[in-house]
Design a protein around this ligand. Structure first.
Ligand code: IPE
Ligand code: MG
Length: 232
């Protein structure tokens, strides 16, 4: 979700005003995804690198997380959204950690859509912690490194058990992955838009979905193979 700062600057507002509008956009997009039958939505809210931003901005973002969780958890649950935080949450204040746990518990019942919030998340961190967990398991079971497989690593990523993402959307005109779900995006369709996150609305979401619908996913096969498998 990129472009909050530029959205604010264009209006001569402080960056934090952009983040607040970003929360509004997020609320609408989450709703729109539920309506469209999206099963899993993962939002990159705060990267492990974002701690390097000015202290006031980091503090504002933390306050926004806290207030948004407090305000939205019940309504998300009512809409059948299950919330999960993926990332190293131990870096957050105890208060925010408690609110995260509470929001996860509040929304744990129904799951029409799983909403992953990637917070203090990094793709390299994710792969590293997964490999570490696999190795620890191997050591305690006294088995060899041939037991390290793509499946065993995937089963230790924070997205274990979830389908791989079909579509990746990056707003704000940047053409980068920026350490998002590195392992998981191997075959994901990538979509880049100049729309700044606070302006990302239903129409912008639908444009991304239309683009996705026009793609042919080959997973290394030829176009002809994919077509004949489709006919079969
Ligand atoms: C997004 O927008 C989000 C967060 C990291 C929370 P930015 O703050 O990166 O906005 P720009 O890139 O400065 O416009
Ligand atoms: Mg940015």
């Amino acid at each position: 979700m990129d472009g909050n700062g530029r959205w604010a600057r264009a209006r001569r507002l402080p960056r934090t005003a952009g983040h607040k509008r970003g929360v509004d956009a997020t609320r609408k997009v989450v709703r729109a995804c539920v309506e469209r039958g999206v099963e899993v939505l993962t939002l990159f809210a705060f990267s492990s690198e974002n701690w390097q931003r000015p202290k006031v901005e980091v503090n504002t973002l933390m306050e926004l997380f806290l207030s948004t969780l407090r305000r939205e958890a019940d309504e998300l649950a009512e809409h059948g959204v299950r919330l999960r935080f993926i990332g190293d949450r131990l870096a957050f204040s105890p208060k925010l950690q408690r609110q995260i746990e509470l929001a996860e518990a509040t929304t744990s019942e129904r799951c029409d859509m799983l909403l992953n919030i990637a917070a203090n998340y990094g793709g390299r961190w994710d792969i590293t912690q997964a490999v570490r967990a696999v190795i620890e398991e191997l050591n305690s079971a006294n088995v060899g490194s041939e037991q390290i497989t793509m499946e065993s690593i995937a089963s230790r990523l924070v997205t274990a058990g979830m389908p791989e993402p079909d579509l990746f959307i990056r707003t704000g005109g940047e053409h980068r992955i920026s350490n998002f779900l590195l392992w998981q995006l191997a075959y994901t369709e990538l979509y880049f838009t100049d729309v700044l996150w606070p302006d990302f609305d239903e129409a912008a979401l639908d444009a991304a979905l239309v683009s996705y619908a026009g793609r042919q996913r080959r997973y290394g096969k030829t176009s002809e193979q994919v077509k004949s498998a489709h006919r079969a």
